[in-house]
Design a protein around this ligand. Structure first.
Ligand code: SF4
Ligand code: SF4
Ligand code: SF4
Length: 298
């Protein structure tokens, strides 16, 4: 789609991370089509800018603007690059909240990522996996730990060797509800309805993402408990499977004994006769050895 020169200048100046920039361009073109314009005009870009400002919020926009003024690219400030630099047989994935935070994050993925790296180094997972491997090492030989700020799970931690994401159990309190509708709108699982002027949450289907808690202006919906979900043995690819849940809502500190237990499992159960994979070990023998290890350490 063609753009008016002035419109393009405005869109280039919208402070979003570079990784989102192409989304902004596509969104502006969508708005232009909606406004029945054959080229993207200034009005379309202003609507686009307002939508992104509202989505990110002023605090984050200010942070992005500052990084931009300092000439920092996303790559320069991306903690995931630093975490995965150098020879190692583990990969650490972080969701987009790693850049400037996210309105929805329930755990600080940058901090957790750093601690996971320290633990993986301390456990010598690289040497262990290298010695177990029976073929030249390739990227798929690594153990992946995927960390997302919330249960919207932007890094798909359910399908990684070890997955963790923030969780929060919502609870409807006695505080008066203003009936603004924000919680139902924010719930991507569409499991909130209203009865007698109050929200009702279908707990059976709640993803524990905490979106409804974050947006409630009155405090009618609050967190009964906050923490993180920890899963092990997920894999995406030929032997795709979801990871088994070890904890649903627990303290982040429980992640590190789980990592120890996973490495212990690799040491004991990895089949050296053929190229094995952590998820296949979990599929073969289940997660009971992980619970056993944690119980013994406690
Ligand atoms: S996983 Fe949650 S916190 Fe992370 S970027 Fe996605 S929505 Fe934001
Ligand atoms: S925590 Fe549950 S009810 Fe609240 S937005 Fe997420 S899925 Fe919906
Ligand atoms: S967001 Fe809070 S105040 Fe608004 S409808 Fe939901 S519970 Fe009520």
């Amino acid at each position: 789609m063609k753009w008016e020169h002035e419109a393009r200048q405005v869109v280039d100046a919208i402070p979003v991370h570079e990784i989102i920039k192409n989304m902004v361009i596509i969104y502006a073109e969508k708005i232009a089509r909606k406004n029945k314009h054959s080229v993207v005009e200034l009005q379309d870009v202003i609507e686009t800018r307002d939508a992104y400002f509202e989505w990110f919020g002023q605090a984050k926009i200010d942070k992005i603007q500052k990084a931009r003024e300092e000439g920092k690219s996303d790559e320069a400030i991306d903690p995931m690059i630093e975490l995965n630099k150098g020879p190692a047989l583990y990969t650490i994935e972080l969701c987009h909240s790693r850049f400037f935070g996210c309105d929805r994050d329930l755990i600080n993925v940058r901090e957790v990522g750093k601690k996971v790296k320290e633990k993986m180094e301390q456990l010598h997972i690289t040497d262990i996996l290298a010695d177990k491997a029976c073929e030249p090492l390739m990227p798929h030989s690594t153990l992946t730990v995927s960390i997302s700020g919330c249960a919207n799970a932007c890094t798909a931690p359910e399908s990684r060797d070890v997955g963790v994401h923030g969780t929060a159990i919502p609870m409807v309190t006695d505080i008066e509800c203003s009936q603004c509708g924000k919680c139902a709108h924010a719930c991507l699982d569409r499991i909130i309805h209203y009865e007698n002027g109050k929200p009702v949450i279908n707990e059976d289907f709640c993803a524990l993402c905490g979106n409804c808690i974050q947006v409630c202006p009155t405090g009618t919906i609050q967190a009964k408990k906050k923490g993180c979900r920890i899963m092990v043995g997920g894999y995406f690819g030929k032997w795709a499977r979801y990871g088994d849940e070890i904890y649903k809502v627990t303290e982040e500190s429980k992640l590190y004994p789980v990592l120890e237990a996973c490495v212990d499992l690799v040491k004991k159960e990895w089949n050296e006769q053929h190229e094995d994979h952590f998820s296949r070990i979990v599929k073969r023998i289940g997660v009971e050895p992980i619970h056993d290890y944690i119980r013994k350490k406690a």
